[in-house]
Design a protein. Structure first.
Length: 310
């Protein structure tokens, strides 16, 4: 037995108004159209649902049973519509965002704070992972939005993803404030051939940036220390153990005793991207968050344009 929900709701309207004619008027239908739909519902139910009499109609026991269910369905549909209105109005729901460490310590906090202030009814969930992990979480729908990055030589090129560029994140040189180059505004990689280097361990992308940059300048770097995060790298640089390369977002929270020097004529630059699945329509919360990501990226660009204190 398959029952048409719309016909069940129509039966509940007939019961509420007491007659086919009154229900038809209330719903802007013709009485014959209502009568035809009730007849089809009775055929689906396999038994009479209404008893017609001079003053209108009365429900049979089967009709009473169907009306009870129809009323429950009506309440559930009303609740569903109300919840969708809440979500559309950004008054409830959930937003799941994925990020990576340097974005999580610079760009993401600006967005999370502003989003929470503007939409306190939305629950925010944040996950942190490396690039492959973020893409996997998008595919599994564990997250809805992800901050990704890429370089010229390793572009994120996936037709399943809709990518929005947010920020160009240039690589810079960091040295101790007592280093002979500390007074310089910029240097070339060729000038750094005799330096000892602090780099990232575990095949981190910045180690690849260092290797490529040194190779392009005609030398192999001498590695003094393999750091496991950027704060450790900054600490080793600050005590003069060596110099290091780092993307701009990794230098948002700069350790004392460090100078940041631009690389000329051009520095390796990574794109910071906002990604979502291309075949999904963005929710209102996702759309609001995307706007805030662009605003936060603009804020970081303005901040980085200011002179860096030594």
């Amino acid at each position: 037995m398959r029952l048409d929900v719309r016909r069940m709701l129509l039966l509940a309207e007939v019961a509420a108004h007491g007659s086919l004619t009154a229900a038809a008027q209330a719903m802007a239908f013709t009485p014959s159209a209502v009568s035809q739909q009730i007849a089809k519902l009775e055929s689906e139910a396999g038994q009479p649902l209404l008893e017609r009499h001079a003053r209108g109609v009365a429900l049979t026991p089967a009709g009473e049973a169907l009306v009870r269910h129809a009323q429950r369905i009506g309440r559930q549909l009303g609740a569903a519509a109300a919840e969708l209105d809440e979500i559309a109005g950004l008054r409830s729901g959930e937003l799941r965002i994925g990020s990576f460490p340097t974005a999580g310590s610079s760009l993401l906090p600006l967005v999370v704070r502003r989003f929470a202030q503007a939409h306190p009814g939305i629950r925010l969930v944040v996950r942190s992972a490396v690039l492959d992990g973020l893409r996997a979480m998008l595919e599994s729908r564990e997250i809805q939005l992800a901050l990704l990055w890429d370089y010229d030589w390793s572009r994120v090129d996936d037709p399943a993803l809709a990518l929005t560029p947010l920020l160009e994140d240039a690589t810079a040189l960091i040295v101790s404030d007592r280093h002979p180059l500390a007074h310089r505004a910029s240097v070339t990689m060729a000038e750094l051939s005799a330096q000892e280097w602090i780099t990232r361990a575990d095949e981190h992308p910045v180690a690849d940036v260092l290797a490529r940059s040194c190779r392009a300048a005609g030398f192999q770097p001498s590695i003094a220390f393999f750091a496991h995060d950027y704060q450790e790298a900054q600490a080793m640089v600050s005590i003069g153990l060596g110099v290091a390369l780092a993307p701009g977002l990794a230098l948002t929270n700069l350790r004392s005793g460090i100078k940041v020097i631009a690389l000329e004529p051009s520095a390796p630059t990574r794109r910071i991207l906002l990604a979502r699945l291309a075949d999904r329509r963005p929710t209102p919360a996702e759309a609001a968050a995307e706007t805030l990501f662009h605003e936060a990226a603009d804020t970081l660009r303005r901040d980085r344009a200011r002179p860096t204190a030594g």
